[in-house]
Design a protein around this ligand. Structure first.
Ligand code: CAA
Length: 259
């Protein structure tokens, strides 16, 4: 693994645990962190022994947004060149392996956006979400107005983006942003357990599952259903389909081989 300054990367059996680690700045997301995240995900994707990923922060902050100190004096032309955090910021959303965000504390601005790039969010009961960019004189830059609106609808997204207020975890769960809310001392274990469960399934199938659920947000229903039907049929070319169904019939646990 490359030497990392902003992340701690651990392998827990078939799960990669990536911890954002800029404790002095509440894990504010700078360009170095996003570059390290991109390099790490390249390595994790290439590692066949890893079937799922958890991204987490600290108990106090998942991430309190993009690093304001780094970007405050940047020029328009530097921003156009993607000289800052926008250069690698989409990498998590492009990851082919399932990614869970384990969120405690602040998930604001880029932190909320990073959590939304993951496949789903498991949140501690102290988590707080928001897009406070308006208070800084900017709009969100890495998905805040778009993914948030897809996930929680126009009215609440407008409320959050235009006022810059934070929402607590109960509101976030009601709104559909968060998949599960668990006590603070359990959220990471719950996320790792969910990731381990996913990692035990067939990787070609989890990859297709991600593709299908994501495409439901972007394709008309009829087209989405047609793609799903084709992928369902294509599953029957996999050894893992034969193994999964044989194991059910034989009343044993399946052993997927990822092919
Ligand atoms: N960038 C850089 N540093 C940050 C930061 C950020 N986004 N958020 C917090 N920090 C730093 C603080 O400057 C502080 O550093 P010092 O101790 O050196 O002063 C340290 O983290 C601790 O923060 P606070 O003292 O402010 O802690 P608090 O508990 O009083 O407040 C907070 C916590 C409410 C999260 C507050 O820190 C805050 O409002 N942070 C900024 C949130 C924000 O505006 N995020 C959006 C950024 S823009 C963006 O993300 C654009 C995009 O879409 C890509």
């Amino acid at each position: 693994m490359t030497e990392l300054n902003c992340l701690i990367v651990e392998k827990r059996d078939a799960v990669a645990l990536i911890t954002l680690s800029r404790p002095d700045a509440l894990n504010a997301l700078n360009s170095e962190l996003f570059r390290e995240l991109a390099i790490t995900l390249d390595q994790v994707e290439a590692d066949e022994s890893i079937g799922a990923i958890v991204i987490t922060g600290s108990d106090r902050a998942f991430a309190a947004g993009a690093d304001i100190g780094e970007m405050k004096d940047m020029s328009y032309s530097q921003m156009l060149d993607d000289a800052g955090l926008t250069r690698h910021s989409d990498r998590v959303a492009l990851c082919k392996k399932p990614v869970i965000a384990a969120v405690a504390g602040y998930a604001l601005g880029g932190g909320c956006e990073l959590a939304m790039m993951c496949d789903f969010i498991i949140a501690a009961d102290n988590a707080r979400f928001g897009q406070p960019e308006i208070k800084l004189g900017v709009v969100p830059g890495i998905g805040g107005t778009q993914r948030l609106t897809h996930l929680i609808g126009k009215s609440k997204a407008m409320d959050l983006c235009l006022t810059g207020r934070m929402m607590d975890v109960d509101e976030a769960e009601r709104a559909g942003l968060v998949a599960r809310v668990v006590p603070l001392d359990e959220y990471l274990d719950v996320a790792l357990q969910a990731a381990a469960e996913i990692a035990a399934y067939s990787q070609p199938v989890t990859r297709n599952m991600k593709y299908l659920v994501n495409s439901a947000l972007e394709t008309p229903l009829e087209q989405g259903l047609a793609i799903e039907r084709q992928m369902f049929k294509a599953n029957f070319a996999l050894d893992d389909q034969k193994e999964g169904m044989a194991a059910f019939v034989e009343k044993r646990s399946p052993e997927f081989k990822n092919r």
